[in-house]
Write a protein that binds this ligand. Sequence first.
Ligand code: NAD
Length: 501
Amino acid sequence: MTTHDVATTSPTAATFESLDPRTGSVIGVFADRSAAEVGDIVAEARDAGWWWAALSFSARGRLLAKWRRLILSRFEELATLVAAETGKPIADARIEVVLGVDHLHWAASNARRVLKRRHVAPGILMSNHSATTEYEPYGVIGVIGPWNYPVFTPMGSIAYALAAGNAVVLKPSEYTTAVGKWLVDTFAAAIGGGSDGSPLRLVTGMAAAGAALCAAGVDKVAFTGSQSTGRKVMATCAQRLTPVLMECGGKDALIVVADADLAAAADAAVWGALSNAGQTCVGVERIYVEASVADEFIDLIADQVKRLSVGAHAFADIGPITMPSQVEVIARHVADAVADGARTVVGGNDSVRAPYVEPVVLLDVPEHSNAVREETFGPVIIINRVATVQEAITRTNEDASSLGATVFSRRRGHQIARELKVGMVAINSILPYVAMPALPFGGVGGSGFGRIHGADGLREFARVKSVARKLMPPMLRPTSFTRPHWTVTALARLAKALYRW
Ligand code: NAD
């Protein structure tokens, strides 16, 4: 543990606490790092990054595999910490750890294949050359994470950035700093040699520490969080032209076509909207169902939702809202929807009892209502009946900030997927892209840009370097002042011969 990682035991002006949202008990007390301290941590990461970048892909892969095995050997400890800091049911925390490990494995196993040096065709005009592209690490990547999936979400950047040869400075959410610290500490333990030499470093702190990380001369920032914070991150990074990867929130839709397996669609919709108490960036925030099957679909949803249990007990389906201020947003969205004329199928305004929100099912919420237009991030299901599939597609596309969308249809899934302006589409399945490490993950418009996961996710953390080498004298020598006078004419003739047709 370096001086920068120390979690003190008593709060002072420069510390903050992370709490168990179920009980209010203190999980940890952490230093709120100043801009100067953040700068020092980035400098330490840069120093430690040299040896990491100099390793071969397979040597890095072996060390990342050690980390994976250490995480798995302490699986229950991590899942319990995730459950304590977020409040989510332990089963959900275990799923999250499994997904995080899956991504770590994929990134480490595929980095060489994706990022190794490769030859590209030099083209006819430059056929006397060889050409290669290689993917070099940026240097130090600042990873700024949210609280809703404190293992899975940062791992989508950390594992891929490390596998590509970068050092990483992680700034976890102030709500889930203990989980972030656990990841950084176990990485240092897994690779051996103590944390001083570790290329994965920790910045603890509030919003200002995140802003300081953006301004500290890191070579790229991978941000996951809300759209409003994303704008601030981009503004700070713009000062140094620091590149950014943006993974923000969305208002993802689920479309139920009349030919769908309605039981499967309802089961998926309930999980997609209510797991993790609705606090999922790619969660189902609105549902469009063809009117001809709407009644049956709504009954299936209501039946399942009424059986869910909310609380802190071991078998609860829905835990508390992690971030206290989000309860007000959820309450406002439900109240606005009801005031705008929506019908409550399950729950309603009384369902909000901080820190818990009992699930709410709302029907026919006007599209102008805040509940349809803004990210709710709570256990609220919005079902809007549509006359046609085309209407569902149009409404889905009207919000230009979707990460993903889901379609349930026996015959029209691919056709509808092609028409949706989103980053990811699931057909007859719920959130499959989360658990497919090879599939790029990311949104469009306000939900962000760039991609985590998969080959694209590895390339996000590498700079392309192009190298061209002369192998033999050229037939023509147009780029020299000593060229024969007929050279450019001959070059033009060659181009016409090659490309005129
Ligand atoms: P947030 O934007 O409040 O905070 C995210 C992180 O940014 C935190 O670590 C915070 O301390 C830091 N931060 C705050 N102000 C900052 C600033 N000015 N400069 C730099 N960093 C700053 O988001 P949150 O409430 O932690 O997370 C929930 C949001 O994240 C939701 O909108 C959700 O949809 C989104 N999310 C997106 C994805 C994705 O993959 N696209 C995944 C998970 C969550």
